[in-house]
Design a protein around this ligand. Sequence first.
Ligand code: MGD
Ligand code: MGD
Ligand code: SF4
Ligand code: MO
Length: 688
Amino acid sequence: MTDTHCPYCALQCAMTLTAAPDGPLPVSVAGRDFPTNRGGLCKKGWTSAELLGDAGRLTTPLVRGADGELHPADWDAALDLLAARLQGIAAKHGRDAIGVFGGGGLTNEKAYQLGKFARIALGTSRIDYNGRFCMSSAAAAANRSFGIDRGLPFPLTDLDTAETILMLGSNVGDTMPPFVSHLQGARARGGLIVVDPRRSSTARLCADGGGIHLQPVPGTDLALLLSLIHVVIAEHLHDAGYVSQRTSGFEALRQSVSSWWPERAATVTGVPASRIREIARMLARSGSAYILTGRGVEQHVDGTDTATAAINLALLLGLPGTPGSGYGTLTGQGNGQGGREHGQKADQLPGYRKITDPAARAHVADVWGVDPDDIPGPGIPAVELLQGAGLPGGVRALLVHGSNVVVSSPNVATVREALGRLDLLVVSDFFLSETARMADIVLPVLQWAEEEGTMTNLEGRVLRRRKALTPPPGTRSELWIMAELARRLDAPGVWSLDPAEVFDELARASAGGPADYSGLSHALLDLGVEAHWPFPVGSLGTPRLFADRFAHPDGRAKLVAVRAQEHEAADGDRLNLVTGRLLEQYQSGTQTRRVSELTAKRPALIAQLHPATARRHGIGEGDGIRIANDRGTVIARAELTRDIRPDTVFLPFHYPDAGSANLLTDDRVDPHSAMPEFKRALVSVSAE
Ligand SMILES: Nc1nc2c(c(=O)[nH]1)N[C@H]1C(S)=C(S)[C@@H](COP(=O)(O)OP(=O)(O)OC[C@H]3O[C@@H](n4cnc5c(=O)[nH]c(N)nc54)[C@H](O)[C@@H]3O)O[C@H]1N2
Ligand SMILES: Nc1nc2c(c(=O)[nH]1)N[C@H]1C(S)=C(S)[C@@H](COP(=O)(O)OP(=O)(O)OC[C@H]3O[C@@H](n4cnc5c(=O)[nH]c(N)nc54)[C@H](O)[C@@H]3O)O[C@H]1N2
Ligand code: SF4
Ligand SMILES: [Mo]
């Protein structure tokens, strides 16, 4: 029996794995009591161990031959070839011609080592990761407003006693089902407010007196928030003492919202003015209120400003740092939080330090055993990195660890084309993902239950992931792969194969940074210590941030005035396309599309449409439909539901090829975070 956590999302539900008595497989899964999940698991968690014995498991390196096919190769041959090709490309095109793409599902140890590997073994600045598609807007907003970015700056169980919770663009009912238990208190008090263009499973919790569901036009949350702020200030509902003692920028904020009276916001958002007033008053009068955001409001070209407006509202009401109140964003991937702290991001060094900060460079260089000048400067964010591949100035080789970019990137046809232009694509995965299928070299790595490590969940709590069974022969850990390549590339530094040692190094590298792990170790975590970062040496961790001060030098949070932009609106012919998730599939689907129980329920792309809209287009329930715009066309089965706005169609992004919602999404990015516009595009629909 091994106590560990689920391989998938940031709730990191606790589970116990038990191997079969007569062999390592099958492994059975049981939920384990833990503050985030209280013993519960969702379907994905229950079925997660099925993948450990999956027939499609990669167990040997694959190298593309002269015939254009992938062929099995032994490790030495594959790594020798890879090192030689990397050296050749760097010699010809410079070190920045090699790119690295990481993932928020990697353990802290692997994420840390990958950032170090890119900077000092490959000597490239070009590293970014899929968290750019996930957390970047929320992170940019939190850094700007609070001076620090920890998704939830309080333990999840704090929500249990809330009176009022405003959730914008988050559908935890499907994306983190055990989370719903933390909403029941607010729901019982009629205080759950969900903002979503769909009556999602989470929005349905507002029925029968549970609260209020607002169903705005997609992409208009910023206008809604500006108007809520307008009402709070106009009706003097804000916490004037808190605002004057703990924030700066009030006057500019007040002016910036002066024209956002609810009647104006109503015409933009479709939310009645009376509702906007009601909600502003409800939040202000509540003794215990929380504001939470999810990808629905963050994955937009104005995602950082929208998250900023949500923070402004929370600050005006005096919520952050006040017991029984707060603001937070719901981190997505298993290690979405830790993954954004240890240096996979283009502009970042471990400990959530800035790569442009000379003191940070000196500290990290010392830990790595290199000269600060040997650490490259900032790289470029994910969309630019991927789309520029193979073009002048772009990367010519790309190493992908923990992302299936040819399914999950925006405007994905252009990304498929870009990867086709590369001289060398290397994918480390345990399954032949759609991205791995395009690779020149595929390296088979370990699955979650086959290795030790740590993950940092949505509360900034560091957890132990434990090895429950021996990996199949032929597979290797990513720490081993990086060490072997570093040796072949004559890289400086120490490249340990032991996750506990890598963690110790990470802890030293993070010391003194915003995300300080220096007081932690695997041994300490194994004692069951509650470990919310910052956790410097000698500390007991920090479950709640902001009690006394924010992380800006003056200790205050910044109220940052932001403006709403106008968007091209849906019309009779074109609908708003909203993309997101289904309960039974995870991300690009590499893992969950292999689990029979999940795929039986959700085998292929569906499109949710309002019956009135379907009728207008001659579409019936279950019909094959074509959804198209200038970027591409997808084919989906129509799922008619009154739960969606008539001007909107919803597609999940879990499917490949012609079923990929990302053929339609917009690759324009947010100017602050470089987050692409995943959540809104205009499309036409027709019967197939
Ligand atoms: N089953 C499942 N669970 C998952 C994942 C998964 O792939 N599958 N992925 C994990 C990851 S990495 C993440 S990031 C989280 C994401 O978790 P969520 O943020 O909950 O997931 P999404 O479905 O992307 O978006 C949430 C909601 O936003 C709504 N939305 C879309 N556009 C808008 C808009 O303009 N305004 C508003 N207010 N709402 C809008 C959608 O209708 C949707 O219901 O889930 C995690 N959990
Ligand atoms: N249209 C649309 N697109 C979206 C989104 C959306 O809402 N709408 N959401 C975005 C968001 S929030 C996210 S997080 C991304 C996620 O999208 P991806 O980045 O594609 O994430 P996954 O599908 O989880 O891909 C992880 C891959 O890495 C493998 N893997 C898992 N663990 C490891 C490991 O430890 N090491 C290695 N080497 N491989 C591993 C898995 O088998 C899988 O192939 O998608 C984004 N794309
Ligand atoms: S909610 Fe997330 S962490 Fe929990 S079982 Fe489901 S996928 Fe796993
Ligand atoms: Mo995500």
